[in-house]
Design a protein around this ligand. Structure first.
Ligand code: EPZ
Length: 421
């Protein structure tokens, strides 16, 4: 497994361009299973998770090609002849569970491994299954697999116990081939779901209310192919905004959509960071002292849980004590202990972490446990004195395209050591 090595102290300056959003590209790729016709997905980020999604589609029998640079993927799922997604693929990437709804809606049956938990939480899929059952699916779980059958899914009114991003995606896709109208209440409002709704509309389904808590989907007997474009990655954008702030630099995050980051930007400003939005992206600079700001993660449009770890790294440098409350996942402070090893003063207790600022971070060998924790440690390494070695960066490669190249182009002293841990 590779290691990322950072020598801290550089003040970042310049422009970085965000890639397409991983968490929009994945459901878009799985939505191509809904139609036998050719789909084109553009602005796809080049990431491990995308390669895993392509492997799942090919395993099911879809024809998948990508351009040389990997940023455009064409899928024809006309030849899909299997409706089973095996454990070894789903355990590699839990988003593969999103093939359940499309396979069930199109073929009337599906056998998909349950994704299981991960480092940040149990990650159940009960809301996915309850919604599909409401639409007439007969579901049983045997040997760790969900086995689902339905002659034809019927539109239904579904009220989600919580605004689950994945369950909303799963049910929007299933509903687009169901007979009649489906209403999803308490739906997740994330921009990635709005992007998926747009794709389903281009395939012929009628989807209204995406981005609001109530989404209505008029199903169709068959869907057309579509040519869709992945939205910019707001989490990658937020990560580079923190990289600018934590080094006291000035960076333009090109391609970032300010309207996807309002709650996050508001907290950066509360921390004394200058954030200016213009049509080309977001300019971030932090010349003075950082102020402590309290954060509580919430479903969109609230502060995103996927930027919580990055913000915690920033708050270790703020003048004062801040509190971070994580309300989405039950175990998403694994990065706190690694930051403490670098000299941060953080006390994590349940879903709350107290961060005493002005920590003089010193480089250390640290270990990543999940995608966002790994990038948090890189950010801390940028601000630390000395050298930080972040091991297990396969987590990083799942969600950040060419991260060390993009940071090096901004002036960071960062390199990758192949296979040293
Ligand atoms: C998506 O995960 C993202 N992943 C996550 O990003 C992100 O953190 C999360 O949404 C929240 O924004 C992808 O899009 C691939 P949820 P998802 O269903 O869909 C509970 C990253 O770093 N829940 O909104 O799994 C669940 O346990 C990843 O890119 C149920 O209880 O998130 C969690 O506590 C990490 N039952 C909460 O809801 C269910 O059936 C939010 O989960 C489904 C979810």
């Amino acid at each position: 497994m590779d290691t990322i090595v950072i020598r801290g102290g550089a003040v970042l300056d310049g422009e970085v361009t965000v890639s397409g959003a991983k968490n929009a590209a994945l459901p878009l790729l799985f939505s191509t299973l809904l139609t036998p016709h050719r789909c084109v997905v553009r602005n796809v980020p080049v990431l491990r998770d995308i390669r895993t999604a392509v492997a799942v589609l090919r395993h099911l029998g879809a024809r998948v090609e990508s351009t040389a640079d990997g940023h455009e993927i064409r899928v024809e799922a006309g030849a899909v002849d299997r409706s089973e997604a095996p454990y070894d693929l789903v355990k590699t990437m839990r988003a593969s569970f999103l093939v359940l709804g499309p396979l069930l809606a199109r073929f009337g049956r599906a056998r998909v491994s349950t994704p299981g938990g991960c480092a940040i939480g149990a990650r159940p899929v009960d809301l996915h299954l309850a919604g599909l059952q409401k639409m007439g699916a007969r579901i049983r779980i045997t040997e760790g697999y969900v086995e689902a059958e339905a002659d034809r899914l019927r539109g239904a009114k579904i009220v989600l116990d919580m605004p689950s991003v994945g369950a909303t995606q799963q049910l929007m896709m299933a509903a687009s081939l169901a007979e009649g109208t489906t209403v999803i209440e308490n739906a997740a409002r994330e921009p990635e779901n709005v992007c998926l709704a747009g794709a389903l509309e281009r395939m012929g389904a009628r989807v209204s209310g995406a981005g609001t808590p109530e989404i209505t989907v008029e199903g169709r007997p068959e869907l057309d192919g579509a040519d869709v474009t992945v939205i910019p990655d707001r989490i990658e954008a937020g990560t580079y905004m923190v990289a600018a702030a934590i080094t006291g630099g000035s960076v333009v995050v090109g391609g970032a959509r300010g309207d996807h980051l309002d709650a996050f930007t508001a907290k950066l400003r509360e921390a004394g960071v200058t954030v200016r939005e213009d049509p080309s992206g977001v300019r971030v600079s932090a010349r003075g002292t950082l102020a402590a700001a309290d954060v509580k993660t919430m479903p969109h449009p609230g502060f995103p849980t996927d930027l919580q770890a990055q913000f915690m790294a920033l708050m270790t440098q703020a003048a004062g004590t801040s509190t971070i409350t994580e309300t989405i996942f039950e175990n998403r402070f694994l990065h706190a202990q690694e930051l403490v090893r670098m000299g941060a003063e953080i006390r994590a207790d349940g879903n709350r972490a107290i961060i005493r600022g002005r920590a003089a971070l010193s480089g250390a060998p640290v270990m990543a446990t999940d995608l966002r924790a790994s990038v948090c440690l890189v950010l801390a390494g940028l601000a630390a004195r000395g050298t930080t070695r972040v091991a297990r960066v396969y987590h990083l490669d799942r969600g950040y395209e060419r991260v060390e190249e993009k940071l090096r182009a901004l002036g960071a002293d960062i390199r990758r050591e192949a296979g040293t841990a």
